[in-house]
Design a protein around this ligand. Sequence first.
Ligand code: C5P
Length: 216
Amino acid sequence: SLKQDLYGKKILITAGRTVEPIDPVRYITNHSTGKMGFALAKNAVARGGKVILVAGPTDLKIETGATLIQVQTTAQMDEVVEHYFSEMDIVIMAAAVSDYRVEKPAAQKIKKHSEKMSLSLIKNPDILLKLGTKKQKQLLVGFAAETQHLLSNATKKMKEKNVDLLVANDVSRSDIGFGSDQNEVTFLQPDKKPRLIKKTSKEEIAEKIFDMLLSK
Ligand code: C5P
């Protein structure tokens, strides 16, 4: 990119899904592929940013130019993000984080026996919520994937998590979102009107997110 408007800025981006073990061979996860987070990392590097990309397991072969730190669980992602947070200028949480984990993952493969079985899940730390309470100079960006009441749920999240920008997307639509190369999102900012970004590539959305942050 010709514009080096993120030159020297330290940027941390999370991407993809997290994976929570049930036993040595099974796990709980979601459909996130990491495309949005990787597009953000690539755009930020092209504009001169120093980028750390914290990603869950992904099949993407995209060369972003960022420093890639791979994690499995939400707890591991939490640890990495907490470690770097204080030195960052911009933090974007694009990962679809597992909200719960298995309370006691089994050390050995669980055998089948009874007709019914249940897993006990406990809540994971909400990484973004914690960052929102302690941010200082950092610009903080969250994502919200919703299947209904997009604007009201996302507006609530923007406030609760104390973010500077909340990127809301409707994951009930199959033409956009998870796994797709395209997305249609709404930007929500404190004290501003929602702004719809019509269906476009994730690269273009990444570009607009940084444009938005730089205009603050
Ligand atoms: O509350 P919800 O999960 O919908 O909020 C989404 C935003 O919060 C995303 O930016 C996601 O990366 C972040 N998040 C997090 N830690 C969690 C759950 C979500 O940082 N445990």
